[in-house]
Design a protein around this ligand. Structure first.
Ligand code: B12
Ligand code: SF4
Length: 479
């Protein structure tokens, strides 16, 4: 059976530098094939099924191009990756695919995992959704599709429409054992390497050394994804053996002559003592490689202790991304993020002493944010020299300071905002994302200025933000 797996194009920064080739609205910092679809394609190939990937986000393909490329493969079924943020694009694509190909459509990814039944009600063109990490389940779907009565029951994690009832899900699908997975297919690598050269980016690919996260921040789709799938008793964060990560890196460096590896783990380090031991072992294995690439990671500030940062730096780490979110304790309580401002400062001291560049992901505007909290975040970034470029590496998308909490449907923050009475239903443009009010109308005013003035802002959103904040503060008499 032939399947085509599609990654819809995203309207946000994503790989937008490539999407809008000729003019990089947000210069891309990292372009790389979609790993989730790559892993699915590898599992299908291993099972003897024919799978192709159409990565519309990486290749900047419009709906017509995706449809005609899918048609050229003459598939028996098409799979679509669905994130909350890309729902409008995915929905448009699903409608066209159904109309022009008329084959079964299956959705998978974060949104179907959080609520496949809602999705099937919302998107009638979608025949099925698969919940969770779907390497095993997708193979089973393809094998059993339409074969025999109640064939659906043989596919765990499948959301389907019962003959005369609402959509329902079969039993949960256990996540695959990472050590047993075939490495991901990197279908669009030629395109990716050309795009990297075009933008003057290093030759790079993504690698996953672990999946999931042990923490439960209320706004985080990764945490909700882990919760939705941990019904099967799996650990929330699973790691790959060090040797297999090293071998994948070595093979990639040789095959593509790479300079850089982007580790795309949600939390590269992990909170447990054995996680730290493993990271030290991985750092040592990378350091000993003959052709040693540089690499980037993303992690929690409280897990990145100096000893580990030093070992990683020696092994070739050049960049760390961390979710700081806020230096306000009240905001962090709302987010259910357990890191403290002391953790953040200790991390920064360690990372900057090693001359490692850092990206700080912040959530400055949210429903209960006060001007004082926003100001404290502003002063924090200012003290780092952020507004003067002194931190060495600005946020890749150049819009870090104009950041607003995205309330994704079915994540815990969705219920929390409703409980606070600030929820305003779901967006007409994207019903997977909630609209909300700011409790303090002055914050709303500041947000509208910042959002308006930083829209399409290529480089200096920081300066725009700084200026807008000062104006609103002056107007409110709290400068
Ligand atoms: C690396 C990364 C990127 C990279 C590369 C994109 C990529 N996916 O390769 C870049 C920087 C380009 C990027 C862009 C974006 N990203 Co991003 N990204 C990630 C990150 C950190 C890792 C992705 C990854 O490799 N995951 C590991 C693989 C194995 O898991 P997976 O992709 O989920 O796939 C598995 C299952 O979900 C399922 N599955 C997935 N697709 C399908 C399809 C079918 C048919 C089936 C059956 C199953 C299935 O099976 C897969 C194998 O197990 C994730 C966090 C995360 N943990 O996923 C955020 C994340 C996915 N990104 C996010 C966002 C918001 C975006 C953007 C919308 C940002 C923007 N505003 O533009 C764009 C969207 C681009 C796009 N169309 O994909 C959010 C999504 C939130 C949400 N629920 O909507 C996440 C979860 C980060 C977060 N914490 O909030 N991203
Ligand atoms: S630590 Fe990061 S990846 Fe983990 S739940 Fe919190 S925000 Fe999500």
């Amino acid at each position: 059976m032939k399947i085509v797996l599609v990654n819809p194009r995203s309207r946000g920064p994503g790989n937008a530098g490539v999407v809008r080739a000729g003019r990089a609205v947000f210069p891309p910092s990292e372009i790389s094939p979609h790993l989730g679809l790559g892993y699915l394609a590898a599992a299908l190939a291993y099972a003897g099924e024919e799978a192709s990937i159409v990565d519309a986000d990486v290749r900047g393909l419009g709906v017509d191009q995706v449809v005609s490329e899918c048609q050229s493969h003459a598939p028996d079924i098409v799979g679509v990756c669905l994130l909350h943020d890309t729902l409008p694009d995915a929905a448009e694509l699903a409608r066209r695919l159904k109309r022009d190909l008329n084959v079964p459509l299956v959705g998978g990814g974060h949104l179907p995992t959080l609520s496949g039944t809602w999705l099937l009600n919302h998107l009638p063109e979608l025949d099925f959704a698969l919940s969770g990490e779907a390497e095993d389940a997708l193979v089973l779907l393809i094998r059993h599709l339409g074969r025999g009565a109640r064939w659906q029951e043989r596919v765990p994690g499948l959301v389907f429409r019962d003959a005369d009832g609402p959509p329902r899900m079969t039993g949960p699908a256990p996540p695959p054992a990472l050590a047993a997975l075939s490495g991901p297919v990197r279908d669009s690598s030629d395109f990716v390497l050309r795009a990297q050269a075009h933008y003057g980016l290093p030759r790079a690919m993504r690698v996953l050394a672990s999946r999931g996260c042990a923490h439960r921040c209320a706004f985080c789709s990764v945490a909700a994804f882990c919760d939705a799938t941990s019904a099967c008793g799996a650990d929330r964060r699973r790691t790959r053996p060090v040797e297999s990560v090293r071998d994948e890196v070595m093979a990639l460096v040789d095959q593509y002559d790479l300079e850089t590896i982007y580790f795309s783990d949600d939390d590269f380090i992990g909170p447990l003592p054995q996680n730290r031991e493993r990271v030290l072992a991985l750092a040592q294995a990378l350091e000993m490689m003959q052709r040693r690439p540089q690499f980037t990671i993303t992690c929690r500030v409280d897990n990145a202790v100096p000893e580990l940062l030093e070992a990683l730096k020696r092994a070739g780490m050049v960049h760390v991304g961390v979710g700081v979110e806020s230096v306000s304790t009240a905001s962090m309580r709302l987010f259910r993020k357990s890191t403290t401002t002391d953790d953040i400062l200790a991390f920064l001291e360690g990372a900057l002493a090693l001359d490692t560049s850092v990206s700080l992901f912040m959530i400055i505007f949210h429903p209960t944010a006060t001007l004082e909290q926003i100001s404290a975040n502003y002063r924090f970034l200012d003290s780092l020299g952020y507004f003067h470029g002194a931190i060495g590496h600005r946020n890749a998308y150049g819009c870090l300071v104009a950041s607003r909490l995205i309330v994704r449907r079915f994540t815990p923050i969705d219920g929390i905002v409703a409980h606070l009475g600030l929820h305003r239903g779901y967006m007409a443009s994207n019903p997977a994302i909630a609209a909300y009010d700011f409790a303090d109308p002055r914050v709303g005013t500041l947000w509208s200025i910042v959002a308006r003035e930083t829209e399409g802002c290529e480089q200096d959103a920081a300066a725009v933000f700084s200026d807008a904040l000062h104006r609103v503060m002056r107007r409110c008499g709290s400068a």
